[in-house]
Ligand binder design. Sequence first.
Ligand SMILES: [Ca+2]
Ligand SMILES: [Ca+2]
Ligand SMILES: [Ca+2]
Ligand SMILES: [Ca+2]
Length: 389
Amino acid sequence: MIHPRLLRRTALAAAVGLTGALLPVVLTMPPAQAADGPCLSEKPTGGSLLGGGTRCDDVNQPDTTITSATPTPTSGGYINSKSISIAFAGAYADADTDPISFECKFQDPTQAAASWSACTSPFSKSDLNDSKAGNYTFSVRALDSNDNAIDATSKPSGLGGSGATSDIPDLDESPATMSFRVDTVAPAVYILNVPFDADNPDKPLVYTQSPSFRLAASEANVALTCTIDTTDYPCQVGITTFADLPPGDHTLTVNGADPAGNTDPTPESVQFAVPENITTTSKAWTTLKQSTYVGGDYITTRTKGASVRVPADNYRDLRLLCSTGPKYGVVQLIFPSGKPVTIDLYRKKRTRHDIIVIQDRFSQLRTGGVTIKVISDNKPVILDGLLAH
Ligand SMILES: [Ca+2]
Ligand SMILES: [Ca+2]
Ligand SMILES: [Ca+2]
Ligand SMILES: [Ca+2]
């Protein structure tokens, strides 16, 4: 392979040589047989005390490798720093022992085309700007310092010397490059639909075991991370449903990382309370499936004396999730200790998903399961869930 630029250079060298009285002689001679490699050095060999000798083209270029970058760009190609340090190395594939030097080029996407200049490893750059719109590009090429300084086609000084017919450039013509973007701005994450509960604002009831939250971030391509209490849950920008949570109090914490790995220094969190689903296998009750109810079902009966036991532990705030209306009956809540509480489900207007506060968050601490017993006769009772926290 002969580089086009070399062809020009060789022609020029030949023209320079074709001068004076030698001209006719040279024209009749075959082209000089230069040793065109492979060789390791372009210094003349075989000369005498009078100089001369033969040049050979070192045609093997050193290879350049970027060995590390600090910080290392993320898989998305970002660093979250205003400075970077890039280390590199050069090597020969053959036995060349000529010293290797380097030239670097650092292209700022907002600046005119950069040019090569001598550099050593590591190359450092500071005062970088956030560059989401374009890449910074670093390039480095290794040079065979000795042979890069020699035009192998030139005739050695002195008598009888000859140059090579070509000089393949003595630097790596396929430079090592790396591109990256800079993002030093941390994203902010948001939980947009925090549940509201006037009876217990700090630990609001969600009327489901599978609550949905609308999550958002201040910039695009933010990967959210969600934990409920201490368990990680998959989540994303938009609506995420956390399915089948156990009853009781929970804390959802949301954070997010942008492609540069910046995270929100103030993660968002929200507390909420999930009710216990009321279920039974007793023949006195009928279970009906309906997705809008806690646990996807409710139980119903008209039988006086029918009862169901619901687990509960260490609670003050106690609420019954049930239907109320003009035709509904009466139930009694029986506790392991203390007096039973009678709840009349009669209301003027029907409410399919009603919440009856039996005792509030300032009430005495209770523990142990609650038994709900029907004390009305032949009136519908529909029970859905119980919040005890
Ligand atoms: Ca060399
Ligand atoms: Ca050279
Ligand atoms: Ca060369
Ligand atoms: Ca239910």
